[in-house]
Design a protein around this ligand. Structure first.
Ligand code: EPU
Length: 298
C-alpha cells in the first residue's frame, strides 16, 4: 500500500496520527460491507493540513471516514482516515461536540444535562459529523436547526476553518458543505428542558422506530431520499418489493426504504438491488428516487 511509504509512516508519530494497517471496512460500516483499508487515526485537528499535504505529495488517495453508518463502500483496498477521539463540552445552552462523537451518546449526554431538542435523533446510527453533513432528521426535527458554529477542514483551500451557523444552508438531507469537506466539531445551541421530559420524548421516538424500522439488522438507514410530498418506503412497499433480494442484499420486510445485508452481501449486490428498485419505482410512479446512502468506490 502506498500509505506505507516510509516517508509518510516516519512522519505520523510527530503528527499524533496512528496507522492501523489492513483494517476491515466491513467492521467500520453499519452495512457490514467493504474490503480492507490502512486507517489513519487523527488525534489533533491541527495535524490534518500537514497530513493531507504529505498524502497528496505522495499521491496517496484518501477519504474521510466518520461513523460509517450511511456508507456503501467497495470491496477493494484504499487508504482512509478517521477523526480524533470524541469530546463534548457543555456551557450554558451550548454544546461543543467533536464530529467523531456518537450521535446517540451526544443526545443522551445533553439530555442528562437538561438540554433537549434532539430527541428525534436518538435511534439514528453514526456520528455527529455524519448527521451534520447530511442534516440528519427524524420525527419533525433536523440537526441543522441547532447548529451555531462548525469547525471543518476545507479540502479545496487545504485549511481548517470555522463557519457560523448562518453561513451554512441546511435543507432536507442536504447541506452546503462540499463533498470533500471534513467535519471536525460543531457548536449546538439547545433548548433547556428537564431530563425527565426529554426522556419521555426519547422513549416515544424509540418505540416508533422499533415498530417501523429493522433496527437489529445491518443497514444504512433509508437508502433513498423521500421525493417532495411522498414516501419512498411507501412506494416501494406498494409495489410489493419487501423481501426482494440480490444475493444477501434485501429490501427489509419491516420498512421498504431500508435495504439490509442479510449475510454476505457485496457492494455489487446492493447496487444492483438499488438500481432495480429505482427503475421499478420510476416505471410505476414516474418518480426518480435520489440516493440518500453515500456510495464510495463504485
Ligand atoms: N410506509 C409504508 N411501508 C413501508 C415504509 C413506510 O407503507 O415499508 C408508510 C408508513 O406507514 C407511513 C409513510 O410510509 O405512512 C412514511 O413512513 P415513515 O414514517 O417510516 O417515514 P419515512 O418517510 O419512510 C422518514 C425518514 C427516516 C426517519 C422517519 C421518521 C427519509 C428518507 N426517511 O422515513 O429517516 O427515521 O421519517 O421520521 O427521510 C433516514 O434518513 O435514513 C431515515 C431512516
Amino acid at each position: 500500500m502506498r500509505v506505507r511509504d516510509p516517508r509518510i509512516v516516519a512522519s505520523l508519530p510527530e503528527l499524533g496520527v496512528e496507522l492501523k494497517p489492513a483494517t476491515s471496512l466491513a467492521e467500520l460500516t453499519s452495512l457490514g460491507i467493504g474490503g480492507t483499508t490502512d486507517l489513519l487515526r487523527i488525534r489533533k485537528h491541527d495535524a490534518i493540513p500537514e497530513l493531507l499535504r504529505l498524502l497528496d505529495a505522495e499521491a496517496v488517495p484518501y477519504k474521510f471516514l466518520g461513523g460509517g453508518s450511511n456508507l456503501l463502500v467497495g470491496d477493494g483496498e484504499l487508504p482512509w482516515f478517521v477523526s480524533p477521539d470524541p469530546d463534548i463540552v457543555l456551557q450554558g445552552h451550548f454544546a461543543q461536540v467533536d464530529a467523531a462523537a456518537d450521535l446517540g451518546r451526544t443526545v443522551t449526554f445533553c439530555a442528562k444535562n437538561d438540554l433537549g431538542g434532539m430527541e428525534g435523533l436518538i435511534g439514528v446510527p453514526g456520528t455527529v459529523g455524519g448527521a451534520l453533513r447530511m442534516n440528519a432528521g427524524a420525527y419533525g426535527m433536523q440537526i441543522g436547526s441547532y447548529v451555531r458554529q462548525v469547525k471543518l477542514y476545507r479540502a479545496a483551500r487545504r485549511k481548517l476553518e470555522t463557519l457560523e451557523g448562518d453561513q451554512i444552508s441546511f435543507e432536507y438531507r442536504h447541506t452546503s458543505f462540499a463533498p470533500d469537506d471534513m467535519m471536525l466539531a460543531v457548536k449546538l445551541e439547545l433548548p433547556s428542558k428537564p431530563y425527565r421530559e426529554i426522556l419521555k420524548g426519547i422513549r416515544i421516538c424509540n418505540e416508533k422506530r422499533r415498530a417501523s424500522q429493522p433496527l437489529g439488522q445491518k443497514s444504512a438507514g433509508c437508502i433513498f431520499k423521500n421525493p417532495p410530498g411522498a414516501s419512498a418506503g411507501r412506494m416501494i412497499d406498494e409495489l410489493g418489493l419487501k423481501g426482494l433480494n440480490v444475493g444477501d442484499a434485501r429490501v427489509s420486510d419491516r420498512h421498504a426504504n431500508f435495504f439490509v445485508n442479510a449475510g454476505k452481501a457485496s457492494q455489487k449486490d446492493m447496487l444492483t438491488l438499488i438500481a432495480d428498485v429505482r427503475e421499478r419505482v420510476q416505471k410505476s410512479f414516474g418518480v426518480i428516487l435520489d440516493h440518500e446512502v453515500v456510495v464510495w468506490n463504485a
